[in-house]
Design a protein around this ligand. Structure first.
Ligand SMILES: Cc1cc2nc3c(=O)[nH]c(=O)nc-3n(C[C@H](O)[C@H](O)[C@H](O)COP(=O)(O)OP(=O)(O)OC[C@H]3O[C@@H](n4cnc5c(N)ncnc54)[C@H](O)[C@@H]3O)c2cc1C
Length: 538
């Protein structure tokens, strides 16, 4: 069963070992564990449903019970966690509907418009930017879960196109494709619990986007039910027929309509896949190699460069102290001591393609004094790629919060942005009398620049207001640092509520006005997910 107040399946634990706890205590002080609010108390705190007793469209399941409402009230951002863990749910949907077809979604939107009900589309609820949280509103709020629209509708192997119900979760989507020898290749870290519709609506990016592309490249067309009517977007290999309507659906965050079916570009399953690790003496060498590899368009499936603090942290959290100790001694005599950086390199395709891409990549790395250490760390990363997220649960149990931010900037600004974000986090938490353990990796690499992804670990105070104040201080400071350095407010997590105040910095007044006008066209009454993406001007 899925955890109601944390990440993932209740039966999966990813404990922090003694060494990892000592590592954290050394850097930011020992955490203090405290009890979470019980589920029953969270349910009891909800206001009565304003949809109870209303008759939904024929044949559509509408649940107004408190447990279902709590389970669909919040996403996975740190403020969402604070509200769940402390039992301060606040606003919750008045009901959750489970349509089983596009026609059900159409009927729900027509019904909601007639009843003056606000509608929030809900995929997997893995948003980390406040996307699925109901705003305090005079109107009742209906969350529409796409969980029952999860099937492979059509597969055209010749055209390499697959059409799915938009509520399909990552593992189910890949399993249905694998049965036909295909993959989509979209692997966000939230893969286990995020959905195709959510990926499209938030412009998501998967860990192997270097090979398969971001969701923008994978989304070929589909069906969107909007309050005004049905938007059907056909899939063409390419088109010069004016504005591409996919672009207005991508990143629309549930404000334009509900994606019911999506057609995606699939690939034959790779025959071979491997992940290798290379260490560099320092950041300068690592980033030079990473940039050269990205700009060579070298046929790799993954490049992920950790800065020195992240490298140390990953090695400390890995356990296996003896093996890591041996590795570090081996690296030290080869010039990679304190300050070393780890680069993960993924190769996929036929064995011959993978071997030749890897050989070329390692030659580039050697030019920057990179030391190839083989596949062991890469294999470990692959095993843990969707499991490391469970560390958030374990850290919380020991009194630590983990939060992340991400942006993308051009190469000349990558290092300065990384440093500014980490420094801003340290300063913000120092203002709260706390220390932060901040570390960064470049998660997605392009010829033009890279995504800069920073993680922050800091102590929880154990009460809602203080922890919310700490998060606000941190989030405000790092967001301001991103904007000041010319970064986008989000490379992959979207805007939601948490990033909305910073959107004007990159869209400008005219850009925001155009987005608002476009949303108003499809949703004239403003009934879809208000307060997300763009706020209405005062
Ligand atoms: C631990 C963790 C790791 C993550 N790693 C990544 C990562 O590597 N890459 C990445 O891109 N993101 C990542 N995310 C963020 C998150 O998983 C993505 O934003 C994801 O795309 C959200 O999908 P979802 O199905 O959970 O959508 P939800 O959270 O349910 O919804 C997100 C938004 O999309 C809208 N929406 C959902 N479905 C539809 C639909 N069918 N039609 C219209 N609108 C819809 C919602 O209304 C909402 O505004 C991570 C999140 C967590 C918690």
């Amino acid at each position: 069963m899925r955890r109601w107040n944390g990440w993932g399946d209740e039966s999966v634990a990813y404990p922090l070992h003694e060494g990892a706890l000592a590592f954290l205590a050394d850097r930011i002080g020992a955490g203090t564990p405290f009890a979470d609010a019980p589920f029953d108390a969270a349910c009891a705190s909800l206001a009565p449903s304003r949809l109870a007793g209303l008759q939904p469209p024929a044949g559509v399941a509408l649940h107004t019970d408190a447990p279902t409402r709590v389970r669909h009230a919040l996403g996975q951002s740190l403020p969402d966690w604070l509200r769940l863990r402390y039992g301060c749910i606040g606003t919750a949907p008045d009901g959750v509907a489970f349509p089983e077809s596009g026609a059900d979604v159409r009927a729900l939107l027509d019904w909601a418009r007639a009843q003056r009900v606000t509608v929030i589309a809900y995929g997997g609820g893995t948003s980390v930017a406040g996307h699925v949280t109901a705003q305090p509103a005079a109107r009742p709020v209906l969350t529409v879960s796409l969980a029952r629209l999860a099937h492979l509708v059509h597969l055209d192997r010749e055209a390499q196109l697959a059409t799915f119900g938009a509520g399909v979760f990552g593992p189910d989507l890949e399993a249905q494709l694998r049965a036909h020898g295909c993959v989509l290749g979209h692997y966000p870290q939230s893969f286990e619990y995020s959905t195709l519709g959510g990926w499209i609506a938030t412009r998501s990016s998967g860990q192997q986007s270097l090979r398969y592309g971001r969701i923008e490249q994978l989304f070929a067309g589909g069906t969107v039910e909007t309050p005004r009517g049905t938007l059907q977007i056909p899939a063409f290999p390419a088109s010069a027929a004016g504005t591409d309507l996919r672009e207005i659906v991508l990143g629309s965050e549930g404000r334009l309509g509900i994606v019911t079916e999506a057609t995606v570009r699939v690939s034959p399953a790779p025959q071979y896949e491997a992940f290798h690790a290379v260490f560099f003496p320092g950041w300068e060498e690592g980033i030079a190699a990473a940039r050269a590899l990205a700009q060579a368009r070298a046929g790799l499936s993954l490049l992920r460069l950790s800065n020195p603090t992240e490298t140390v942290t990953m090695l400390a959290l890995a356990g296996h102290r003896r093996l890591v100790g041996l590795l570090e001694r081996w690296l030290r005599v080869r010039g990679c001591g304190d300050g070393k950086c780890m680069l993960l390199i993924g190769v996929s395709g036929t064995r011959a393609q993978a071997r030749s891409a890897l050989a070329a990549a390692l030659a580039t790395c050697r030019g920057q004094r990179g030391r190839h250490v083989g596949r062991m760390l890469g294999d470990k990363w692959r095993q843990g790629r969707f499991r490391n997220v469970y560390l958030r649960n374990a850290a919380w149990q020991h009194g630590y919060a983990i939060d992340t931010v991400e942006t993308a900037v051009d190469w000349p600004r990558v290092t300065a942005t990384m440093q500014a974000v980490e420094a801003a986090a340290a300063q913000a938490l120092a203002g709260c009398g706390e220390a932060v353990h901040a570390y960064t990796h470049l998660s997605h690499l392009y010829a033009q620049g890279a995504s800069v992804y920073s993680t922050f670990v800091y102590r929880l105070a154990g009460d809602f207001d203080t922890d919310m104040a700490r998060w606000r201080a941190l989030k405000g400071a790092v967001s301001a640092a991103i904007v000041a350095n010319g970064g986008t407010i989000s490379h992959q997590h979207g805007v939601g509520t948490d990033h909305a105040p910073y959107l004007a910095a990159e869209k400008g007044a005219e850009g925001l006005a155009a987005i608002r006008a476009m949303l108003r066209h499809f949703d004239p009454d403003g009934m879809l997910n208000p307060g997300k993406l763009v706020t209405e001007p005062a």
